[in-house]
Design a protein around this ligand. Structure first.
Ligand code: PEP
Ligand code: MG
Length: 885
């Protein structure tokens, strides 16, 4: 077994394809080295070792690893003509994590390793720059102290110890910025930091460079299991067993003077997708300064003026890498004395908007085929492109402005810690997380927040990168903002005035412009650009499943049509009754004491329904419209307030006491498993009869107007075939009578929402023209888990990894999926061409849509805003199936 792979000096023991073994960073460093790009030499300790350590405990390494590391290190020494720990020509290294899946900032990094009181003097002499050598040393002691030795702040309200000590020194020496500290002050910093280490850990800072190296390697491996990495993996569905690699690489220095710099760059703009080299750099700095947001970096375009030769080289390398990987790259680089070095390349994280633009541009540039472009799309990210923005007509002056780090608009009440964000969100509040800057510890709060605002940072700072990954609105570097976490207040200072804010105040953020507004502003729906249209054309050329929408109102139906819906897959008729003047009629119907009473109430409902259906048919002209007959969870409709009870009593000509008694009688222990769905029509057939009549009359009406109407009548919550046989007969009779001779093709089908229905699907299919899986109820009944109460404990199950995802969000393939497959098989055994669809919430969730494709569905149906997502997911599923053969 070879646990260590070398790279640099024009060759490498690995390639980009070796990510599982070398991690993303290591594999791409190897690829860059093999392409002959300027990569400082180094080596990668494989993920195999991390898995070994996880199994055998910290510091238990496989046999022979020491020797392999020693040999690889000797190779680096040779290539750099230096020696690790040498008193004349010391080699310094960086030690960085790098997992197979990108987890930016979640694990640990140590720079400038190999410094001690002897080597620092050698570095000073060799570089001719003592300030630089001591700057490296103080950075190293702080980073190593924090990461490896665990000298960290006690809680998130406190400043990290080394930051605090450095701030004290800066005050003492009247230095505004880190780089204003004198060499003597830096020496003092090293001594103070070491004393802090001794105080906190009870042991001196390690001087032996090999001890330092193995300490760092161990810490990086251990960081695989730190809470923030764990949280990140859960959020992104990354397996916790693959482990991280460790990259040990010769240091190059961006802090050797003004002809040095360090930065990050994207080969295209990651927020908009515009083809331009985009990024930031700092002169005379090390990489951590850019990411940490301590100094505000300069845009890459400035590099062309400051270090033109290095800039030209960066442009050349960026193009080469993008062409090589055929995708937008995210680069890390350092310029040492005018010479460019590449430290990382990886596929760049991007907003939904940039994802669409880059995919379409790469095809137009001939670098990708439409098929490849569609396979690159993350369907869920299209959500961002469809995000609402602030209404331009209602845009007051901004209270402050920062950088537009991640687009979209967000409105929320402000909180100042990640924990507060998580707690408030748990209570159902929409919050904005407002911080001086964010750190990886804040990730749960960022996830919980609707948007993120930071006083510091840049376009590539932690907040920006993480928010973009989450598709969340984010404004960084809002320099007018001051945050006082302890007092739970903030202020916006500028133009000679100060606006005070406290926890719970409302702000509106515009992540596309970087503007911050006081209070809550109106939003308008997204405008779909030409690129999305092009991409969607490709998507539609590959997919085989139809995509319909769940819509109960003409407005929703219109929106869905504009997003490409090919029909309505679910119109919940009970949702048409929530307006006050209508709910009264429904209540009368439910509470009537006999059939005559119910028919009287239904007579009021009939014209309303007819009008609603007619309008839906007009909007969906030419497309199928599935109307589900009444399925009211009774508790949602029963009146509770005395005034409401009186109102219904008056209409029914009964006493309020009698109505109250009836309400009591109707109250169910488990309304979600109660008298709902077609059970209602088995007991009160007139309800479906009148609804079928309303649909028939609406069809006849619009057909006369020239509208092409294809009604599909759907009967919910069927558990035994006989329910469907009876109700189908009743519905067909009433519908045809209402048509009054008009020739309209229609079908009658059922929802499959119960495990029993899946099992007896062959017999249910005898009476059904189509099946539509109601996976909300099917998940509830398969798991025996109430749809309405799951939130109370499901988060614990997710945290503890008992379920991989919320089954009400992503379809559970093992349980619910197996029942669906059984249902499809049964149904098609009876009717080989049975039309099969889904209309539960899963119909718009990418992994569930892919499942439906594999299970042989004809269509999925989802909420209007998710129609483009479902279209893209359906196309990817079709392409994946094709690739499998
Ligand atoms: C379902 O159960 O999946 C469904 C679509 O019906 P509803 O959510 O209205 O119960
Ligand atoms: Mg249902």
């Amino acid at each position: 077994m070879k646990y260590v792979r070398s790279f640099g000096g024009g060759s490498a023991e690995g390639r980009a394809k070796d990510k599982a073994l070398l991690g993303g960073k290591g594999a791409n460093l190897a690829e860059m080295a093999s392409l002959g790009l300027p990569v400082p030499p180094g080596f990668t300790i494989t993920t195999e070792v991390c898995r070994y350590v996880m199994e055998h405990g910290a510091d238990a390494y496989p046999d022979g690893l020491d020797d392999e590391v020693a040999q690889a290190l000797a190779r680096v020494e040779e290539l750099t003509r230096s020696r690790f720990g040498d008193a004349a020509q010391p080699l310094l290294v960086s030690v960085r994590s790098g997992a197979p899946a990108s987890m930016p900032g979640m694990m640990d990094t140590i720079l400038n390793l190999g410094l001690n009181d002897t080597t620092v003097e050698a570095l000073a002499k060799q570089s001719g720059n003592a300030w630089f050598a001591w700057d490296c040393y103080r950075r190293f002691v702080a980073m190593y102290g924090e990461v490896v030795l665990g000298v960290v702040a006690a809680d998130e309200h406190q400043e990290p110890p080394f930051d605090r000590l450095l701030d004290e020194l800066k005050r003492k020496h009247r230095a505004n910025r880190d780089q204003d500290l004198s060499e003597a002050a830096l020496r003092e910093a090293v001594a103070t930091f070491k004393a802090e280490v001794q105080k906190v850990t009870g042991a001196p800072f390690p001087d032996d460079v090999r001890t330092q190296l193995w300490g760092a390697i161990g810490a990086v491996f251990q960081s695989w299991n730190n809470p923030r990495a764990d949280y990140y993996r859960k959020m992104h569905g990354i397996s916790s067993t693959m482990g991280t690699a460790v990259n040990v690489q010769a240091m190059v220095f961006g802090n050797l003077g003004d002809d040095c710099a360090t930065g990050v760059a994207f080969t295209r703009n990651p927020a908009t997708g515009t083809p331009e080299l985009y990024g930031e750099f700092l002169t005379n700095a090390q990489g951590e300064d850019v990411v940490a947001g301590i100094r505000t970096p300069e845009p890459i375009s400035e590099l062309a003026t400051k270090l033109p030769a290095a800039h030209a080289e960066l442009v050349r390398v960026a193009k080469l890498l993008e062409d090589h990987f055929r995708d937008m790259q995210d680069l890390e680089f350092t310029i040492q004395k005018g010479q460019l070095y590449m430290l990382q390349t990886r596929t760049g994280k991007r907003t939904g908007k940039a994802m669409v633009r880059v995919a379409v541009d790469l095809v137009n540039e001939g670098k990708l085929t439409p098929r490849e472009a569609v396979l690159r799309i993350e369907p869920g990210k299209l959500d961002e492109v469809l995000h609402p923005t602030i209404d331009p007509k209602a845009r007051p002056a901004a209270a402050a402005k920062g950088l537009p780090a991640s687009p979209g608009a967000a409105i929320g009440r402000i909180v100042f810690t990640a924990n507060a964000a998580a707690e408030w969100a748990q209570r159902g509040e929409q919050v904005l997380l407002v911080r001086t800057d964010t750190s990886p510890e804040d990730i749960h709060g960022m996830k919980a927040a609707a948007g993120i605002l930071t006083a510091r940072g840049g376009m590539t700072s932690h907040a920006a990168v993480v928010a973009r990954g989450m598709g969340k609105c984010c404004v960084t570097s809002c320099t007018a903002l001051r945050v006082d976490v302890a007092k739970k207040t903030a202020s916006i200072v500028g133009g000679g005035k100060e606006t005070k804010l406290k926890e719970g105040d409302t702000l509106t953020l515009d992540g596309s412009t970087g503007q911050v507004f006081l209070g809550s502003l109106p939003l308008v729906p997204a405008q779909l650009g030409a690129e999305l249209g092009t991409l969607m054309e490709w998507v539609d050329s590959f997919r085989t499943m139809k995509v319909r929408t769940n819509a109960d109102t003409p407005t929703d139906a219109r929106t869905a049509r504009s997003f490409g819906a090919e029909g309505i897959g679910l119109c919940r008729t009970e949702h048409m009754f929530f307006q006050p003047e209508r709910i009264l009629a429904v209540r009368e119907m439910i509470l009537a004491s006999d059939e005559a009473g119910r028919r009287a109430a239904l007579a009021k409902i009939l014209p309303m329904q007819r009008g609603d259906f007619a309008e839906l048919f007009r909007v969906m002209d030419g497309l199928p419209v599935t109307i589900r007959l009444l399925d009211p969870p009774l508790h949602e409709f029963l009146p509770h307030a005395p005034q409401e009870i009186e109102e219904v009593a008056k209409e029914l000509g009964q006493s309020p006491a009698k109505v109250a008694a009836k309400i009591h009688e109707l109250t169910e222990a488990n309304p979600m498993l109660g008298h709902r769905g077609c059970r209602l029509a088995i007991t009160y057939p007139e309800i479906y009869e009148i609804q079928a009549q309303a649909i028939g009359e609406a069809c006849a009406l619009v057909a006369k107007e020239g509208v092409v109407v294809t009604p599909e009548i759907m009967i919910p919550l069927v558990m035994v075939p006989e329910e469907l046989r009876r109700l189908r007969e009743l519905v067909a009779r009433a519908f045809e009578k209402a048509l009054g001779g008009a020739q309209i093709a229609y079908t009658i089908g059922t929802m499959i929402e119960l495990p029993r229905a899946c099992v007896v699907a062959d017999r249910i299919a005898e009476h059904a023209d189509f099946f539509s899986f109601g996976t909300n109820d099917l998940t509830q009944t398969t798991f025996g888990l109430s749809r309405d109460d799951a939130g109370r404990f499901l988060p614990t199950y997710l945290d503890q990894g008992l379920v991989p995802a919320d089954p009400f969000v992503a379809l559970d393939p093992e349980g619910v999926g197996a029942l669906i497959e059984l249902g499809v098989r049964g149904g098609r055994a009876t009717r080989p061409h049975l039309k099969v669809g889904i209309c539960g919430e899963h119909g718009g969730e990418p992994s569930s849509v892919e499942f439906c494709h594999r299970a042989g569905f004809d269509y999925v149906s989802c909420s209007p805003f998710r129609v483009p997502i479902a279209r893209a997911a359906a196309a990817r599923a079709a392409l994946a199936a094709e690739a499998k053969g």
